[in-house]
Ligand binder design. Structure first.
Ligand code: AHG
Ligand code: MN
Ligand code: MN
Length: 294
């Protein structure tokens, strides 16, 4: 084994070490972001473990089943939401939380407030939960830029005002991809250590990709330009090869593949969903923040 490979195996860059390194570049930083992130990481590990056990639900009583004590178990997405809300509130570093699962924003009680606001989808890809296909958590982080009472205006801001965004994919491995505004970095959960280890530093989306990713079942409801574009992917007129179609139906998985392999992922507006199906604040903005950095 060469020296570099050896160092890689014995000198592990955990996500906490990575973020602490970043933090040391800002002497005025008091570590609030590192603490917030460690609570997000805990949420991701919990959801990962729950997702991995989901297939055993019928056997051991999880997710929507009744457990041995006869208690109704929570559905995975509800459970994931509870875990993230609790982790974020108890970090003491957040003031406003917006989750896909909750009708209303959560305003953290004054004694537990901190300078961040987090928008998130605790478990995205609901149609894939029950068949064991990759799903994920998406999050975006804003800073609270005043000391007055927080309001929803503190989160209803453009995506490029986020200070960090990321996702965790519960797939064949569990991967957390994060950007704090300087590049996009991927960490893989080593289950034996319970730590996310830097495996994909500074991810750059390939300039050219030969994959398009879209729910083509919606084609009859698309507008003209969308139809024309997808037609061009399949029947290129310039002599280039046709693109391959890949569509998981979990945004995290489709975006992750696009980051690593290149190509395009789209969920265009159509006659059924004139604003597109993806939720702007906690699905589209965090992903655009990452894409901008990659
Ligand atoms: P949800 O937030 O309800 O889990 O929706 C998942 C999203 C996104 O992850 C995915 O890209 C898209 O919905 C899939 O939608 P279709 O099933 O319409 O293709
Ligand atoms: Mn969602
Ligand atoms: Mn969801």
């Amino acid at each position: 084994m060469d020296h570099a490979a050896d160092a890689h195996r014995t000198d592990l860059m955990t996500i906490t070490r990575f973020v602490l390194n970043e933090q040391s570049k800002y002497p005025e930083s008091r570590g609030d972001f590192t603490i917030l992130l460690s609570h997000i990481v805990l949420g991701c590990k919990f959801v990962c473990s729950a997702v991995n056990k989901a297939g055993l639900a019928k056997l051991i009583g999880l997710a929507g089943e009744t457990n041995i004590q006869g208690e109704e178990q929570k559905k995975l997405d509800v459970l994931s939401n509870d875990v993230f809300v609790n982790a974020l509130v108890s970090s003491g570093r957040t003031s406003v939380l917006v989750s896909e699962e909750d009708e209303e924003a959560t305003f953290v009680e004054p004694s537990k407030r901190g300078k961040y606001c987090v928008v998130f989808d605790p478990l995205d890809g609901s149609s894939n939960i029950d068949c064991g296909v990759s799903i994920g958590t998406i999050f975006g982080i804003y800073t609270l830029d005043h000391t007055d009472e927080p309001t929803t205006a503190d989160v209803l801001k453009p995506g490029n005002e986020m200070v960090a965004a990321g996702y965790c994919m519960y797939g064949s491995s569990c991967m957390l991809v994060l950007s704090t505004g300087t590049g996009v970095h991927g960490f893989t959960l080593d289950p034996s250590l319970g730590e996310f280890i830097l495996t994909h530093p500074d991810i750059k989306i390939p300039n050219k990709g030969n994959i398009y990713s879209v729910n083509e079942g919606n084609a009859q409801n698309w507008d003209g330009p969308t139809t024309k574009y997808v037609e061009k992917c399949k029947f290129p007129k310039d002599g280039s090869p046709a693109k391959s179609l890949r569509y998981v139906g979990s945004m995290v998985a489709d975006v992750h593949r696009t980051l690593l392999y290149g190509g395009i992922f789209l969920y265009p507006a159509d006659k059924k969903s004139p604003n597109g199906k993806l939720r702007v604040l906690y699905e589209v903005f965090p992903m655009s923040f990452l894409m901008e950095q990659a």
